[in-house]
Design a protein. Structure first.
Length: 697
């Protein structure tokens, strides 16, 4: 018998226990063991089979690590059909997360029972594939077409109660899976219950599948798997037989399995988990954090305080004036009211979080007991150093002192204290209680356990924490500044901002750089440009239309006008601002630029090449440790489409030699901006990919 599946006989019932930690993924050994278990039960004259998982879960799905490798028999679809075809009564007893292929094994069983806390789902579309072991054929036969379409195209997890309500499972029972499974099976045997194969049930009803397909494609912003899954469910309703439906599902599954998007999404899945695992932190205990301080109650400070309160930390927020105190409290209350409305917290919790858990004060002495403090004040070195001087004076020994700066040198900030080993950068993204990214910036003297504390806090706040070294803009903003510049250059040379935004959203970003500028406030970037102007390299091309727009008082959404005009308010999306074309024409005239046409493909290519090139510099300089660190920053902080896995995964998929060749070609026009990253040149010369670096190759 296979090690991954234990076989036990209890009277007439054969019990198959999965023991493949951590999540009982359906790897080759598990599949072999299940097949052998069913065969043995049949040959030994058992009357029924119970399948359940040891440890924290029933099967959480196919073994994703096997994707892309040559498949080995028995394949999961055949195994599911074999389970379903068994003359014995097969019962699955579920707990934990029965996902993907796991739920498909359960759907191939004849009866399903689950503990109340069990979660289920067919999340395959989130990995760029679709349920390929009969899930798209069996789920609609149980839950109906509409419910199945919704569950499969979103890939969402649902609870046991919903599964029971929709007819996906037969019973919910408190207890341990083995016992409830055995009791239920005995009951079925005693009652003479029939074998009940979902594949033998009538086909589900047809709906307007073309309409669902179109709507799903649009919602996916270019992601193919959810829309393709619609076609598979369509086959459940329309194919001439269950087997024909399975065949169609298989063909569509194989198509997706071979797609770049599947590679991108699986890269994202593993990178999301790998990004916070730093070898240097192994065995290093983070410091305890129960109480957190926040300096500054603007949008960022209030967002950080909200995020901390929501995970059970107490917060002391410092503002400069009584008015500032009231405004900060109001912002936090507003954020928490949002959480209350969405049902994330109860009224009692709201009262507790805004009451005893939160202190807002003008007195730094209130910080005496906090374990970690995050400064989120105005982005100015003098101001930050003054704040850190005060933190040094008021915080207890061992408290972690963090700055939320987005650009400034953390070493210089740390030098304003007598304890630079306790200083770290924690760069949140606005709104901080919503955005998932946290850049953990390591300064020269940051102690290892302070870094560990930053990562532990990130985990507690449910953020994706990424380690960054020090440079202007750290990982994310540094790269963004470069691709935004590339966008401005193509506009100066003849493309329109709207063409750029469209090319970028068609690629899968939620917004283009100009719409994004309007949202963030053009004045913010204008201030940064003014700050950098004196030290700018004379060889740098400087488009002026951006400043001209700001000089006219148009800062984007907050003034009702920027690159777009927002007559219906920000939510209306805005229409192109006609003055922008005039400003661009003026800029071109003053700089002697003869505008030319750009195809959408070229616009996008330049944007992406600039992003990849700067990302390669960030990795090459050691600011980011691995290419996947950059990928996760861009995915979770900048709206990079997940189905491409991140800019460096995208680059691998496109081919690094082609990207380098294009960068060199662009350098003929502007060899200052388009300087190829040495790491990119090296990888091309060695015939390697960014992913090779992720794997330590
Ligand atoms: N295959 C291989 N490894 C998996 C895995 C899978 N399906 N699911 C999780 N793991 C690994 C994780 O990579 C992680 O490994 P490390 O500890 O080495 O990093 C470990 O299991 C624990 O996972 P998490 O850290 O995510 O643990 P969690 O408790 O937070 O979450 C989970 C558990 C809900 C199962 C989550 O891991 C998850 O959502 N997994 C993916 C489930 C999924 O998408 N299943 C469908 C697979 S596709 C399929 O089944 C289609 C088919 O028919 C071919």
């Amino acid at each position: 018998m296979s090690e991954a599946i234990a076989y036990e006989r209890v009277g007439d019932v054969a019990v198959l226990k999965a023991q493949n930690p951590p999540v009982n993924a359906l790897g080759i050994d598990v599949r072999k063991g299940l097949l052998a278990g069913i065969e043995r039960a049949e040959s030994e004259g058992a009357k029924a089979v119970v399948i359940y998982g040891e440890g924290k879960t029933y099967f959480a799905g196919a073994d994703i690590r096997e994707f892309g490798r040559p498949p080995q028999e028995p394949y999961l679809p055949g195994l599911c059909s074999r389970i379903e075809a068994s003359p014995l009564i097969v019962v699955s007893a579920m707990h934990g997360t029965a996902l993907g292929g796991g739920l498909e094994v359960a759907l191939s069983s004849h009866y399903r029972i689950a503990v109340p806390s069990a979660k289920m789902g067919l999340p395959e579309v989130n990995l760029g594939i679709l349920p390929g072991a009969g899930g798209t054929q069996r789920l609609p036969r149980l839950a109906g077409t509409e419910a199945a379409l919704e569950m499969i195209t979103t890939g969402r997890h649902f609870g046991a109660a919903e599964a029971l309500d929709k007819g996906i499972i037969d019973r919910i029972e408190e207890g341990v899976p083995r016992e409830i499974g055995l009791a239920y099976t005995q009951e079925l045997l005693d009652a003479g219950a029939p074998r009940r194969a979902v594949g033998e049930m009538p086909a589900p009803e047809a709906v307007d599948f073309d309409a669902v397909y179109e709507a799903t494609l649009k919602k996916g912003r270019g992601q193919l798997s959810p829309a393709t899954a619609v076609r598979a469910v369509q086959a459940a309703a329309e194919a001439e037989s269950f087997e024909a439906g399975l065949k169609r599902e298989r063909a569509l599954f194989t198509e997706l399995m071979e797609s770049d998007q599947r590679q991108g999404l699986i890269h994202a899945f593993f990178s999301e988990r790998a990004v916070s695992k730093l070898p240097e932190l192994e065995g290093i205990e983070p410091r305890e954090v129960a109480a957190m301080g926040v300096i500054g109650g603007g949008t960022m400070g209030a967002g950080i305080a909200t995020a901390a309160l929501l995970v059970g930390l107490s917060v002391v927020l410092i503002e400069m004036t009584d008015e500032g105190v009231a405004a900060a409290r109001g912002r936090i209350q507003g954020n928490l009211q949002g959480a209350l409305k969405r049902g994330k917290i109860t009224q009692v919790q709201y009262d507790q979080l805004t009451g005893e858990a939160l202190t807002v004060s003008t007195d730094y002495a209130a910080l005496g007991k906090v374990d970690l403090v995050v400064e989120a004040v105005f982005e100015d070195m003098g101001v930050k150093r003054e704040v850190f001087g005060k933190l040094d004076a008021h915080c207890k020994p061992g408290a972690v002192l963090a700055t939320n700066t987005s650009y400034l040198d953390v070493d210089e900030i740390a030098a304003a204290t007598s304890r630079p080993q306790d200083v770290i950068g924690l760069h949140f993204f606005s709104p901080a209680h919503v955005m998932k990214l946290l850049e953990v910036v390591v300064a020269e003297k940051t102690a290892p356990e302070v870094l560990a504390t930053g990562f532990a806090l990130g985990k507690r706040l449910k953020k994706v924490a990424v380690r960054s070294g020090i440079c202007d803009g750290f990982i994310g903003n540094r790269i963004m500044n470069v691709y935004r510049k590339a966008a401005e250059y193509v506009v100066l040379d003849g493309a329109s901002p709207y063409q750029v935004d469209k090319a970028v959203t068609t690629f899968g970003f939620p917004m283009g750089p100009f719409a994004m500028g309007d949202l963030a406030g053009l004045d913010i970037n204008w201030a940064a440009r003014k700050r950098r102007a004196p030290t700018r390299d004379p060889r740098e091309r400087v488009p002026r239309f951006y400043e001209m727009l700001c000089e006219g008082g148009d800062f984007g959404q907050k003034t009702g006008k920027g690159f777009y005009v927002y007559e219906d308010g920000p939510r209306g999306g805005g229409v192109p601002n006609p003055q922008v074309a005039e400003l661009i024409a003026k800029d071109q005239e003053q700089q002697g630029v003869a505008p030319r046409e750009f195809s959408d493909a070229e616009v996008l290519r330049r944007y992406m090449c600039a992003m990849v090139n700067e990302a390669a510099k960030v990795v090459g300089e050691g600011i980011a440790r691995r290419p996947l660190d950059v990928d996760m920053v861009m995915l979770f902080g900048y709206g990079f489409p997940r189905f491409w896995g991140g800019p460096l995964k995208w680059a691998d998929l496109q081919g690094l030699d082609g990207i380098l060749a294009d960068i060199r070609a662009y350098a003929v026009e502007d060899d200052f901006f388009w300087q190829p990253a040495p790491l990119l040149e090296q990888l091309v010369a060695d015939g390697k990919s960014f992913d090779d670096l992720n794997k330590g190759a």
